[in-house]
Design a protein around this ligand. Structure first.
Ligand code: HEC
Length: 191
């Protein structure tokens, strides 16, 4: 009896000592379902921030609706995505990203859209694993910010964020929103 308890204790110690590997979530390619090797493919820069660590553990983007993160998110979007998805996600050769319809419903979650961007989807939607992880979270925050349709089905927003959400207005962003956001820091609460 005693030795059984001892053995169980040993097993527990071994478990605790081995600890979790990077992050706790498993990320998968949107089309094939293959596991994405984030550790091997993400740039060395920008992977140790509090936001990235939190995201890899929870699958939730802590930068959603953090104004200070939006200008960089917009910059990355304009550099890497707008050529195919349109200046404000209205759609071009790639589908619209600012409306309530998603080809892959999982893109309504932060984890799902990260998997689609990092690992790619079909045809011209190649993998974008070259984007620094911290910037990727800012990019996703930007895509969520430019939504123009009803967000009641938006799994990426909390109920509180849904209540506060206003459809994106490019004129307002360019005339005042961006300048105000640039004055703020991009960091998550509690850090
Ligand atoms: C060369 C053109 C091209 C570029 C550049 C590109 N995409 Fe795409 N994207 C596409 C196409 C085409 C699809 C449709 C693929 C499919 O249905 O599998 C797509 C699909 C998507 C989807 C899935 C949309 C849905 O309705 O479920 C997301 C999200 C997405 N792209 C985000 C991005 C982001 C973010 C970037 C920039 C980092 C980007 N894409 C860059 C062409 C592109």
């Amino acid at each position: 009896m005693k030795s059984a308890v001892f053995a169980a204790g040993l097993a527990l110690c071994a478990l605790v000592a081995s600890g979790p590997s990077i992050g706790q979530e498993t990320f998968r390619n949107t089309v094939t379902g293959d596991v994405l090797d984030i550790d091997a493919n993400a740039p060395a820069e920008g992977r140790d921030t509090p936001a990235v660590k939190k995201f890899l553990e929870t699958g939730v983007n802590p930068y959603t609706e953090v104004p200070g993160c939006l200008p960089k998110g917009e910059e990355v979007y304009l550099e890497s995505c707008s050529g195919c998805h349109g200046h404000v996600g209205e759609g071009k050769v790639g589908p619209g990203l600012a409306d309530a319809y998603w080809t892959y419903p999982k893109n309504k979650t932060d984890k799902g859209i990260f998997e689609t961007i990092f690992g790619g989807a079909n045809g011209m939607m190649g993998p974008h694993s070259d984007i620094e992880l911290d910037n990727m979270l800012k990019l996703i925050a930007w895509i969520r910010h430019i939504q123009v349709e009803d967000v009641s089905d938006a799994d990426w927003l909390t109920d509180e964020q849904k209540k506060a959400f206003k459809p994106f207005d490019l004129k307002k962003w360019e005339s005042e929103g961006k300048a105000a956001a640039e004055k703020q820091e991009c960091k998550i609460s509690g850090n």
